[in-house]
Design a protein around this ligand. Structure first.
Ligand SMILES: NC(=O)c1ccc[n+]([C@@H]2O[C@H](COP(=O)([O-])OP(=O)(O)OC[C@H]3O[C@@H](n4cnc5c(N)ncnc54)[C@H](O)[C@@H]3O)[C@@H](O)[C@H]2O)c1
Length: 254
């Protein structure tokens, strides 16, 4: 890092879903780029492994409205500011429109959509009077194109995509200097996708199918998604708001 300005120097960030996969990769990258990083997750054991890279760890279920306010206030109390929020907490339950249960559907929307909604709202509450900020929401290629076996997940990620645009327009027009953008990975090699593969009848075939789905012919790496999040979180994207950034090996270009 010597000899160059670190890309998040002086910034304070909160990353949800930080105990695993993409969130965890973002914690490490943000730390390396000079940010103060607060890591939140409902998985306490996973959070404990972030010692040395996260400056603050917070037990946090993103479906809990009251806890969201406490978490954001704790970050501001610890760092004096909140410049960046990354909403990475998410779940993916399998089920098509005939097999998905209402309970699974509601659980998916509660975590993926309501969690992201609450996060945006709470971050905007503190960012708007403090000069602005950047919010990055994890949607998915499943928020752009359908997947027959992921009815609830597609519904949730489509909602995240347009929630992000709505909030981006609101914050832009209000003059808050708060930018919101969504990131859309395809299959990245994280515990979420590893569990999906392992729980299938023929894991080897499923893995190969997921790799072939992307024209680049492989799974993504969590670090590659984190790099896209870093760009949107940093001032390098200062004129970019309301976009959907694909990190999908070309999947949606077809
Ligand atoms: N991995 C992929 O291929 C992929 C593709 C597209 C989109 N995404 C999205 O990226 C995000 C991160 O995915 P990942 O692959 O790192 O998944 P992951 O399962 O590895 O990590 C998700 C994290 O979210 C946490 N979490 C789940 N529910 C929570 C809740 N209610 N409150 C707080 N934390 C909660 C989990 O404990 C876990 O640490 C998700 O929103 C996911 O939908 C992932």
């Amino acid at each position: 890092m010597e000899g160059r300005q670190r890309r998040l120097a002086g910034k304070a960030a909160l990353i949800t879903g930080a105990a695993s996969g993409i969130g965890r990769a973002a914690v490490a990258l943000f730390h390396a780029e000079g940010a103060k990083v607060a890591a939140s997750d409902r998985n306490a054991a996973g959070l404990a492994e972030l010692k040395g890279v996260a400056d603050l760890v917070l037990a946090h279920d993103v479906t809990d409205e009251a806890r969201w306010r406490e978490v954001v206030d704790s970050v501001v109390a610890a760092f004096g500011r909140l410049d960046i929020l990354v909403n990475s907490a998410g779940i993916a339950l399998k089920g098509n429109i005939e097999t998905a249960t209402l309970e699974d559907f509601r659980r998916t929307e509660a975590v993926n959509v309501e969690g992201t909604f609450l996060g945006c709202r709470e971050a905007i509450r503190v960012m708007k009077g403090a000069g602005g900020g950047s919010i990055v929401n994890l949607s998915s290629v499943a928020g752009i194109v359908g997947d027959a076996q992921s009815a609830a997940y597609c519904a949730s990620k489509g909602a995240v995509r347009l929630l992000t645009k709505s909030a981006a327009l609101h914050c832009g027009r209000a003059g808050y200097n708060i930018r919101l953008n969504s990131v859309h990975p395809s299959f990245a090699d994280t515990p979420m996708v590893q569990e999906l593969i392992a729980s299938s009848k023929n894991p080897e075939r499923v893995r190969e199918g997921l790799m072939r789905a992307a024209p680049l012919g492989r799974l993504g790496r969590p670090e590659e998604v984190a790099n896209a999040i870093l760009y949107l979180a940093s001032d390098e994207s200062s004129f970019t708001t309301g976009i959907e950034l694909m990190v999908d090996g070309g999947l949606t270009a077809q």
